[in-house]
Design a protein around this ligand. Structure first.
Ligand code: FE2
Length: 216
């Protein structure tokens, strides 16, 4: 195919997409920036020794965290959907009982000493990250609001706007539908922040959460 033909093909495809009401993202030419969610009040206060991407065990102990082990993985991309390496992905969350390792958490539930409440990963050459963690418990945010299980996330990369968001579990539809934070974004964004952790015959459930950063 000549360059001219290729250009015409791209132009016609874009025109056809416009006629059909498709966005460029539907064609894979652009990715929508991942929706943000509030950071919340329970980002770890103290530096911790164990900084790896396996939150189910704390360094120096052989005991395992309580709860259902899950894997969360995904790609960090730019707005042209190109994977980016070297992005720092941090997650933090409650343990199985719904309690955060933070002095400001009013929840009376017990802390799990074998859970690593925060972890980090750096995207590889293919833009991929992965965490091994547990499904966090739900918790009472106010007398009339129960927060569904969710994983907090921050993504940093030089030259890009820092992304702060929260990831939800698809199977918690009732609580997700009532959640004030999840409902503060558009239906499409809500869907993107809600991950289907799929059964895996050989190990823990696996959820895929892809992230698009906003280049500065
Ligand atoms: Fe939270």
């Amino acid at each position: 195919m000549t360059d001219l033909n290729r250009r015409n093909l791209i132009r016609n495809t874009v025109l056809a997409a416009g006629t059909l009401g498709l966005s460029l993202s539907a064609l894979g030419n652009s990715c929508d920036i991942t929706a943000t969610q509030p950071e919340g009040s329970f980002f770890p206060e103290n530096n911790q020794k164990d900084k790896d991407n396996d939150l189910t065990q704390v360094a120096g102990s052989r005991r395992l965290a309580l709860g259902e082990v899950v894997l969360m993985k995904g790609l960090v991309k730019d707005q042209e959907c190109k994977p980016i390496k070297g992005a720092l992905v941090e997650i933090w969350q409650a343990c199985e009982s719904g309690k955060y390792n933070h002095s400001g958490d009013p929840n009376n539930a017990a802390l799990d000493p074998n859970f690593q409440y925060w972890g980090r990963a750096i995207t590889n050459e293919r833009g991929e990250y992965i965490f091994k963690t547990i499904k966090p418990g739900e918790y009472q945010a106010t007398s009339t609001w129960v927060r569904p299980p969710h994983i907090h996330m921050k993504v940093h990369l030089r030259g890009h706007q820092e992304l702060i968001t929260q990831v939800y579990f698809k199977e918690n539809k009732r609580l997700n539908d009532l959640d004030r934070l999840l409902n503060s974004v558009s239906p499409k964004e809500r869907e993107d922040l809600t991950v289907d952790f799929k059964k895996n015959a050989t190990g823990p459930r696996i959820g895929t959460f892809n992230i698009t950063l906003n280049a500065l």
